[in-house]
Design a protein around this ligand. Structure first.
Ligand SMILES: C[S@@+](CC[C@H](N)C(=O)[O-])C[C@H]1O[C@@H](n2cnc3c(N)ncnc32)[C@H](O)[C@@H]1O
Length: 382
């Protein structure tokens, strides 16, 4: 039995896992963890690096922590995170320490203020290698213990995310979201017609996809993305083609029908701060998005593009209220069939509160300290 600690946008995390591993035997699901039986651990660990929405993976421990460590000669240091409101972590840790003492094990739990650990702490303390990071979940009244076997490499993400200059970051798709979007598309030959900062293509290569395609209106973006992809070639085996092209003429992209999914975010929306965000500015953005959407989707229709498209567009928060780019929904509906990212008829039906979409069948991605967020849609052209 494996436990997946879900990312902040747990709905996206859940569906990414469902796409990659099918997960037919769901044992437990809430906003923080998904527990699944009968998954192949080796297969899961092989694909774990391509999971944008999972923080850590644990496997069920056949023995209690005391049984596991009872013959340990040195001081046993361990960490436990609780993923159930029903479990009082402080009480649990104190009782465990007592039990270990009775078994003559000298021990120390290292949780600070009886709180859960984050990935950075797990990595810096090398806890996965030491087998000393545990998670507990109350499953049907039983406190079930999982031993951590993998943790998300947050340093690698921040290098990819914030390694670019400040200006670039502002418009960059977060790499984790990018991986999720690629996994949601389910396909492997990804095309980004607004290649920009090449995040989609680079992430696709990191996910071991062997063909990537891109185009962009700007010479400098085409040049830079080609160079950047080249620099990955000694390490990864893939073919790529980047062309200078106005996406209005997308049918001219030579490999268009060789690709099997478009994954993109194309609009350089304005960066708004608490001080300058206003309904008027948002309305202006919505109008310019509408124009782009109209021509992009009519070009795709003209191109007879029949594969999956996963894209995201902005929504805003102002005075604690969300403002959606709802003028785009009717455009999407007139050109495309919007898919439910999480199909309702699947085995997740029982967990509907955790898997509901927005009214427009999208899922949302929000990042702390930002006022402009993303709505993710999956579609096919009609
Ligand atoms: C926000 S970036 C895209 C981000 C990118 N998808 C990524 O993975 O990082 C937007 C890009 O769209 C390009 N662009 C804008 N209008 C375009 C058009 N009509 N056709 C093609 N590219 C266009 C810009 O040059 C810019 O590089």
């Amino acid at each position: 039995m494996l436990l997946f600690q879900l990312g902040r946008e747990y709905k996206l995390s859940v569906w990414e896992l469902m796409q990659l591993f099918q997960c037919e035997e769901i044992v437990y699901l809430d906003q923080s963890v998904l527990v699944v039986a009968w998954l192949n651990e080796t297969d899961v660990l092989q694909k774990a690096g391509a999971l944008g929405g999972t923080i850590k993976i644990g496997k069920i421990s056949d023995y209690s922590i005391v049984e596991l460590w009872k013959d340990y000669q040195w001081k046993f240091q361990y960490w436990v995170s609780s993923f159930s409101k029903k479990i009082n972590l402080k009480k649990y840790l104190l009782a465990l320490k007592k039990e270990l003492k009775l078994a003559w094990v000298s021990s120390r739990f290292v949780n600070k203020d009886f709180g859960n650990l984050n990935s950075a702490q797990i990595i810096s303390e090398k806890l996965v290698k030491k087998w000393t990071d545990y998670s507990i979940v109350d499953i049907d009244g039983v406190k079930t213990v999982f031993q951590t076997i993998w943790v998300q490499d947050i340093d690698a993400y921040s290098q990819r995310d914030y390694g670019k200059s400040r200006d670039m970051q502002v418009w960059m798709l977060p790499p984790k979201l990018c991986q999720i979007m690629i996994n949601i598309s389910w396909w492997k030959k990804i095309y980004d017609p607004f290649v920009g900062l090449w995040t989609v293509l680079i992430e696709s290569v990191y996910m071991w996809n062997t063909e990537v395609y891109g185009s962009d209106l700007s010479d400098s973006m085409v040049f830079a993305s080609t160079q950047n992809l080249q620099s990955l070639k000694p390490e990864f085996d893939f073919i790529s083609q980047i062309e200078k092209l106005n996406a209005k003429f997308i049918w001219e992209f030579p490999q268009l029908h060789k690709t099997d999914a478009i994954v993109t975010e194309w609009y350089l929306w304005e960066v708004m701060t608490q001080k300058n965000i206003s309904l008027e500015r948002i309305e202006k953005q919505k109008q310019s998005l509408e124009k782009i959407y109209k021509w992009f989707f009519s070009s795709l229709k003209k191109s007879w593009y029949s594969w999956t498209i996963v894209l995201c567009f902005p929504f805003w928060e102002i005075h604690k209220k969300y403002i959606y780019a709802d003028n785009l929904y009717s455009i999407l509906e007139s050109y495309a069939k919007i898919e439910q990212i999480i199909p309702q008829e699947n085995i997740l039906e029982k967990y509907q509160t955790f898997t509901q979409h927005t009214k427009s069948w999208s899922l949302l991605y929000k990042r702390k300290n930002q006022l402009v967020w993303r709505e993710i849609c999956k579609l096919t052209i009609l």
